[in-house]
Design a protein around this ligand. Structure first.
Ligand code: PML
Ligand code: MG
Length: 242
Protein backbone atom coordinates (compact mmCIF):
# COMPACT_ATOMS: atom_id res chain seq x y z
CA UNK A 1 0.00 0.00 0.00
CA UNK A 2 1.57 3.27 -1.05
CA UNK A 3 1.25 6.51 0.82
CA UNK A 4 1.33 10.13 -0.15
CA UNK A 5 2.97 13.03 1.57
CA UNK A 6 0.74 16.12 1.53
CA UNK A 7 2.10 19.50 2.57
CA UNK A 8 -0.08 22.55 2.87
CA UNK A 9 1.01 26.12 3.40
CA UNK A 10 -1.14 29.21 3.23
CA UNK A 11 -0.29 32.88 3.32
CA UNK A 12 -1.62 36.32 2.46
CA UNK A 13 -0.07 39.68 1.75
CA UNK A 14 -1.01 41.23 5.09
CA UNK A 15 0.01 38.44 7.46
CA UNK A 16 2.63 36.54 5.51
CA UNK A 17 2.52 32.93 6.67
CA UNK A 18 -0.94 31.92 7.97
CA UNK A 19 -0.87 28.18 8.37
CA UNK A 20 0.99 25.06 7.39
CA UNK A 21 0.57 21.35 8.01
CA UNK A 22 1.63 18.02 6.63
CA UNK A 23 0.30 14.45 6.45
CA UNK A 24 1.55 11.07 5.28
CA UNK A 25 -1.61 9.20 4.33
CA UNK A 26 -2.62 5.96 2.56
CA UNK A 27 -3.52 6.36 -1.11
CA UNK A 28 -7.23 5.80 -0.52
CA UNK A 29 -7.37 8.72 1.93
CA UNK A 30 -5.47 11.18 -0.25
CA UNK A 31 -8.46 13.12 -1.61
CA UNK A 32 -10.09 13.28 1.79
CA UNK A 33 -6.99 14.72 3.44
CA UNK A 34 -6.38 17.23 0.66
CA UNK A 35 -9.89 18.54 1.32
CA UNK A 36 -9.30 18.60 5.08
CA UNK A 37 -6.04 20.49 4.78
CA UNK A 38 -7.63 22.92 2.37
CA UNK A 39 -10.42 23.53 4.89
CA UNK A 40 -7.81 24.11 7.58
CA UNK A 41 -6.05 26.68 5.38
CA UNK A 42 -9.30 28.50 4.60
CA UNK A 43 -10.57 28.69 8.18
CA UNK A 44 -7.51 29.87 10.02
CA UNK A 45 -8.06 32.56 12.66
CA UNK A 46 -5.06 34.52 11.36
CA UNK A 47 -7.00 35.44 8.22
CA UNK A 48 -8.03 34.47 4.70
CA UNK A 49 -5.20 33.21 2.53
CA UNK A 50 -4.60 34.58 -0.94
CA UNK A 51 -2.08 31.84 -1.65
CA UNK A 52 -2.40 28.16 -0.79
CA UNK A 53 0.14 25.58 -1.80
CA UNK A 54 -0.68 21.85 -1.65
CA UNK A 55 2.30 19.68 -2.49
CA UNK A 56 1.63 15.99 -3.01
CA UNK A 57 4.34 13.36 -3.40
CA UNK A 58 4.12 9.58 -3.60
CA UNK A 59 6.03 7.72 -0.87
CA UNK A 60 6.87 4.03 -1.14
CA UNK A 61 6.13 1.96 1.96
CA UNK A 62 9.77 0.84 2.26
CA UNK A 63 10.94 4.47 2.52
CA UNK A 64 9.04 4.92 5.79
CA UNK A 65 10.67 4.60 9.20
CA UNK A 66 8.20 3.74 11.94
CA UNK A 67 8.88 4.92 15.49
CA UNK A 68 6.99 4.61 18.78
CA UNK A 69 6.13 8.02 20.26
CA UNK A 70 8.36 9.27 23.06
CA UNK A 71 7.09 8.74 26.59
CA UNK A 72 5.41 11.95 27.79
CA UNK A 73 5.73 13.52 31.23
CA UNK A 74 4.50 16.91 32.41
CA UNK A 75 6.12 19.36 34.79
CA UNK A 76 3.82 22.09 36.12
CA UNK A 77 5.40 25.53 36.29
CA UNK A 78 3.76 28.84 37.13
CA UNK A 79 5.98 31.26 35.22
CA UNK A 80 8.58 31.38 32.47
CA UNK A 81 11.48 31.60 34.95
CA UNK A 82 10.45 28.37 36.66
CA UNK A 83 9.97 26.75 33.26
CA UNK A 84 13.49 27.67 32.18
CA UNK A 85 14.86 26.28 35.46
CA UNK A 86 13.25 22.95 34.64
CA UNK A 87 14.81 22.91 31.17
CA UNK A 88 18.19 23.84 32.67
CA UNK A 89 17.87 20.89 35.07
CA UNK A 90 17.28 18.47 32.19
CA UNK A 91 20.26 19.87 30.27
CA UNK A 92 22.35 19.17 33.39
CA UNK A 93 21.00 15.67 33.48
CA UNK A 94 22.29 15.14 29.95
CA UNK A 95 25.74 16.18 31.19
CA UNK A 96 25.69 19.39 29.16
CA UNK A 97 27.97 21.83 30.89
CA UNK A 98 26.85 24.96 29.06
CA UNK A 99 23.10 24.87 29.78
CA UNK A 100 22.88 28.54 30.67
CA UNK A 101 24.51 29.58 27.39
CA UNK A 102 22.25 27.21 25.45
CA UNK A 103 19.20 28.87 27.00
CA UNK A 104 20.61 32.28 26.12
CA UNK A 105 21.04 31.22 22.48
CA UNK A 106 17.42 30.05 22.23
CA UNK A 107 16.30 33.63 21.46
CA UNK A 108 18.27 33.59 18.21
CA UNK A 109 15.90 30.87 16.91
CA UNK A 110 12.80 33.03 17.44
CA UNK A 111 13.00 34.74 14.06
CA UNK A 112 13.84 31.58 12.11
CA UNK A 113 11.38 29.50 10.08
CA UNK A 114 13.09 26.27 11.09
CA UNK A 115 15.18 25.15 14.02
CA UNK A 116 18.69 26.01 15.12
CA UNK A 117 21.11 23.07 14.89
CA UNK A 118 23.54 23.67 17.69
CA UNK A 119 26.73 21.81 18.56
CA UNK A 120 25.99 20.81 22.16
CA UNK A 121 29.63 21.25 23.27
CA UNK A 122 31.17 24.06 21.21
CA UNK A 123 27.80 25.88 20.83
CA UNK A 124 28.64 26.47 17.19
CA UNK A 125 25.60 26.94 14.95
CA UNK A 126 25.50 24.27 12.25
CA UNK A 127 22.59 25.24 9.97
CA UNK A 128 23.67 25.78 6.33
CA UNK A 129 21.17 28.67 6.12
CA UNK A 130 20.90 30.56 9.41
CA UNK A 131 17.77 32.49 8.54
CA UNK A 132 15.81 29.48 7.43
CA UNK A 133 17.23 27.00 9.92
CA UNK A 134 16.53 23.27 9.68
CA UNK A 135 12.96 22.19 9.05
CA UNK A 136 12.14 18.71 10.28
CA UNK A 137 9.56 17.42 7.83
CA UNK A 138 7.93 14.33 6.22
CA UNK A 139 6.31 12.97 9.35
CA UNK A 140 2.88 12.11 10.65
CA UNK A 141 1.30 10.07 13.39
CA UNK A 142 0.16 6.58 12.67
CA UNK A 143 -3.16 6.10 14.33
CA UNK A 144 -6.83 5.48 13.58
CA UNK A 145 -8.36 7.78 10.95
CA UNK A 146 -10.56 9.48 13.52
CA UNK A 147 -7.57 10.82 15.46
CA UNK A 148 -5.82 11.98 12.30
CA UNK A 149 -9.03 13.65 11.21
CA UNK A 150 -9.33 15.70 14.37
CA UNK A 151 -5.65 16.61 14.03
CA UNK A 152 -6.54 18.09 10.64
CA UNK A 153 -9.38 20.26 11.83
CA UNK A 154 -7.19 22.72 13.60
CA UNK A 155 -3.72 22.85 14.94
CA UNK A 156 -3.09 20.37 17.70
CA UNK A 157 0.14 21.76 19.09
CA UNK A 158 0.82 18.81 21.34
CA UNK A 159 0.30 15.99 18.80
CA UNK A 160 2.27 17.73 16.09
CA UNK A 161 5.11 18.54 18.46
CA UNK A 162 5.24 14.98 19.84
CA UNK A 163 5.54 13.61 16.30
CA UNK A 164 8.26 16.10 15.42
CA UNK A 165 10.23 15.60 18.64
CA UNK A 166 10.04 11.80 18.28
CA UNK A 167 11.48 12.03 14.79
CA UNK A 168 14.16 14.55 15.74
CA UNK A 169 15.59 12.94 18.88
CA UNK A 170 15.55 9.47 17.30
CA UNK A 171 18.58 10.48 15.27
CA UNK A 172 21.65 9.15 17.13
CA UNK A 173 23.51 12.49 16.88
CA UNK A 174 20.71 14.57 18.39
CA UNK A 175 20.98 14.77 22.17
CA UNK A 176 17.86 16.85 22.81
CA UNK A 177 15.33 19.24 21.38
CA UNK A 178 14.09 22.43 23.07
CA UNK A 179 10.88 24.10 21.91
CA UNK A 180 8.73 27.11 22.72
CA UNK A 181 5.68 27.77 20.52
CA UNK A 182 5.48 31.05 18.62
CA UNK A 183 1.71 31.09 19.20
CA UNK A 184 1.16 34.02 21.63
CA UNK A 185 -1.47 32.14 23.65
CA UNK A 186 0.38 28.83 23.82
CA UNK A 187 2.73 28.85 26.79
CA UNK A 188 3.49 25.12 27.12
CA UNK A 189 6.88 24.12 25.72
CA UNK A 190 9.11 21.09 26.05
CA UNK A 191 12.51 19.49 26.19
CA UNK A 192 12.80 16.05 24.59
CA UNK A 193 15.54 13.42 24.44
CA UNK A 194 15.92 9.66 24.01
CA UNK A 195 17.04 9.52 27.63
CA UNK A 196 14.00 11.01 29.37
CA UNK A 197 11.38 11.27 26.62
CA UNK A 198 9.14 14.27 25.96
CA UNK A 199 8.95 16.55 28.98
CA UNK A 200 6.16 19.12 28.75
CA UNK A 201 6.76 22.28 30.75
CA UNK A 202 3.39 23.91 31.28
CA UNK A 203 4.65 27.47 31.32
CA UNK A 204 7.80 28.28 29.43
CA UNK A 205 6.87 31.79 28.37
CA UNK A 206 4.42 34.47 29.42
CA UNK A 207 1.05 34.70 27.60
CA UNK A 208 0.88 37.22 24.77
CA UNK A 209 4.47 36.70 23.63
CA UNK A 210 4.80 35.84 19.92
CA UNK A 211 8.34 34.59 20.55
CA UNK A 212 9.06 30.94 19.94
CA UNK A 213 11.58 28.65 18.38
CA UNK A 214 13.42 25.35 18.43
CA UNK A 215 16.98 24.16 19.11
CA UNK A 216 18.24 20.72 18.09
CA UNK A 217 21.31 19.86 20.18
CA UNK A 218 23.81 17.91 18.11
CA UNK A 219 26.99 15.97 18.85
CA UNK A 220 29.06 14.44 16.07
CA UNK A 221 31.45 15.09 13.21
CA UNK A 222 30.95 16.71 9.81
CA UNK A 223 29.72 13.50 8.18
CA UNK A 224 27.24 12.95 11.02
CA UNK A 225 26.00 16.50 10.55
CA UNK A 226 25.26 15.93 6.86
CA UNK A 227 23.56 12.64 7.60
CA UNK A 228 21.53 14.24 10.39
CA UNK A 229 20.33 17.16 8.25
CA UNK A 230 19.34 14.76 5.48
CA UNK A 231 17.43 12.62 8.01
CA UNK A 232 15.61 15.61 9.53
CA UNK A 233 14.60 17.08 6.18
CA UNK A 234 14.00 14.00 4.06
CA UNK A 235 13.45 10.78 5.98
CA UNK A 236 9.78 9.79 5.98
CA UNK A 237 8.65 8.90 9.49
CA UNK A 238 5.39 7.60 10.94
CA UNK A 239 5.09 7.89 14.69
CA UNK A 240 2.87 5.45 16.50
CA UNK A 241 0.93 7.30 19.19
CA UNK A 242 -0.90 5.52 21.98
C1 PML B 1 4.33 24.83 17.99
O1 PML B 1 3.66 25.84 18.12
O2 PML B 1 4.40 24.28 16.91
C2 PML B 1 5.04 24.20 19.16
C3 PML B 1 4.09 23.47 20.04
C4 PML B 1 4.69 22.99 21.34
C5 PML B 1 3.76 22.03 22.04
C6 PML B 1 4.13 21.74 23.43
C7 PML B 1 3.13 20.78 24.11
O3 PML B 1 1.95 21.10 24.18
O4 PML B 1 3.55 19.69 24.54
MG1 MG C 1 4.28 27.64 14.89
Amino acid sequence: MNRYSIKMRASNKEEGHISGAEKLVPEEELELYCARLLARALRHSKGKPDFINLKIEAVAEEEILRLPALKVTTVETSNAGEGLDVVRGYLDRLGLKRGEEILALWGQSFSMRGAMLLDADSLQRLEPDRERGIRATYMDMETADIARQSACEGKNHFNEALVLATKVVSHPNILAELCISDDPEYVTGYIASREFGYVRVTRLKEPGSPMGGRIFLFRGDEKDREDCIRYLQQQKVLVHVG
